[in-house]
Design a protein around this ligand. Sequence first.
Ligand SMILES: C[S@@+](CC[C@H](N)C(=O)[O-])C[C@H]1O[C@@H](n2cnc3c(N)ncnc32)[C@H](O)[C@@H]1O
Length: 290
Amino acid sequence: MSTRAPGNAPRVEPPEETVGLLPDNYPRSALALTALRHPLSIPRFLSSRLAYRSNLRHSRGIAGVRLEPPDEFFRSLTGGKELSSFPVQTPVLEGLVMTFRRIGEEYSRRWNSPLAQGSSALDLNDARVLYALVRARTPRTVIETGVSDGFSSLVILEALEENGGGTLHSIDLPEIGAPSLIGRAPGWVVPERLRPRWRLHLGPSRRVLPKLLREIPRPEMFLHDSEHSYTNMRFEFSSVLPRLGASGLLLSDDARSNDALIEAAQEHGGRASFCEGRLGGIARGSAAVG
Ligand SMILES: C[S@@+](CC[C@H](N)C(=O)[O-])C[C@H]1O[C@@H](n2cnc3c(N)ncnc32)[C@H](O)[C@@H]1O
């Protein structure tokens, strides 16, 4: 997706229509089993396919955006702190890699096909940055949308545990291919020892997020990783940004799917930053200082 302009940071190409959709090699038998177990997932899949088309009409701004290397991105969102001061612990990263491998192997065994949905999980470099952001900003309350297998939940919870405080509220509407292994519960990779800090809310973010924000009027950090359609991202960002307060941080995975993050920053104040991985974020005003 990215190209490098001479002597400059990489710039982004406009998003492709397929971002976030099922890959062509998704096994037919897995699809049929999901349809049997969760009949509603089929109309939902079709409507989400339509929603993704809105990205094509709202991607002019993103095409020219400048991508920051992870350390610069981290400084932008923490008021100048150094990424290297918050190293992710080796067992956490090793655990992530081993779980990716386990899912891949089990998936191939069951469906006689390579893992088609592996790309939906948080990228490993982004996982490092996410972990460090939670460590550096020590939020008491984090909200995320989009759980699937639960890799981002796991990373946030490990960082909260290391901080010694904080709660993660995760919202998820399971769909075809998420979680990657059919029959698993959303967030199944999160171990028991981290669950006391975790609240999982099932349902579409359009319904659950407003309800949750009434209970938690001032979250300190938000991560979007649910449906990356322009309409859904605009909805989640406009719901959360005014509530984040002066020191809040909004993050988005697949932030370059469309112009939603850029427009949200223009509307609600703050600067949208985009990392060379898939993360983007807005730290509000002076609050960038964690
Ligand atoms: C990209 S995956 C999340 C990956 C996860 N953050 C990780 O790192 O492993 C997207 C998840 O969002 C869910 N989802 C899709 N549309 C949603 C919606 N409108 N509200 C809540 N969750 C949604 C999908 O079922 C899927 O579980």
